[in-house]
Ligand binder design. Sequence first.
Ligand SMILES: N[C@@H](CCC(=O)N[C@@H](CSC=O)C(=O)NCC(=O)O)C(=O)O
Length: 280
Amino acid sequence: MTLERLSEHACFGGLQGFYRMDSAACGGSMRFAVYQPPQARAGRVPVLYFLAGLTCTEETAAMKAGAQRVAAELGLMLVMPDTSPRETGFDGATGDWEFGEGAGFYLDATQAPWSSRFRMESHVVHELPAVVREHFPADPGRTGITGHSMGGHGALTLAIKHPQQYRSVSAFAPIVAPCEVPWGRKAFGRYLGDHHAVWAEHDACALVRRRPFGRPILVDQGLADKFLETQLQPERFEAACAEAGQSLTLRRHAGYDHGYYFIASFIQDHLRHHAAQLAD
Ligand SMILES: N[C@@H](CCC(=O)N[C@@H](CSC=O)C(=O)NCC(=O)O)C(=O)O
């Protein structure tokens, strides 16, 4: 598959790049970012996918999370997809930051018109890794996934649903129960229709109760996060993991809000969590 290089920048001895690919899953071109650590010059390295949240693009985490320094130290490649297809022209795809472009929710929509382009689960789990494997020195057998907010929902649900693809998972301020909160109910109703059994296939709490991930999960949550009570409710995931016997470290941090200063403060712990689980 062809890859267009948009820009590349030396960074902590490695390379931060921005790319575009043709996406069959999303019916158009999709952008993504890759950080290659210095160790990638000598051979294949483990890979960590970072899924960003509502309103974000492939640039957000690359520019704001401050992950490259420790990724360079640990020899971790970082892959940062966009959060949805772009310039779809669909009615209602823009103008509401909680839905549509910038808000793909990392699932394959089943409802028209969204089902023809909003297929972020296929893009992130299958299509993008194939391109990464072909064009970068990534070791696909050592892949982890993390994310923030909507991206934390993506990381948890995709890891639980595709344990053969992901050996490690973590999340920052994730939406853990989208079936129960306004962000999830709005998006799922439009992308998936009124089929609540289908919704449950994309809900981290429902999924972990049915099939725990097995390996330890790390979640960080700021206590000054304005979305904590309405949209995030991490206690629901804590209870579901306890019921399912899933090992979870849920850290609550006083004073931290929902933004990237919070992520930058704890990203190194997540990179070390993944590096330890992705070691040979
Ligand atoms: N426009 C919104 C705020 C949008 C926002 O906070 N987006 C978060 C993700 S929220 C869940 O997925 C984000 O990561 N923003 C990017 C950033 O640089 O902070 C509002 O009006 O509150």
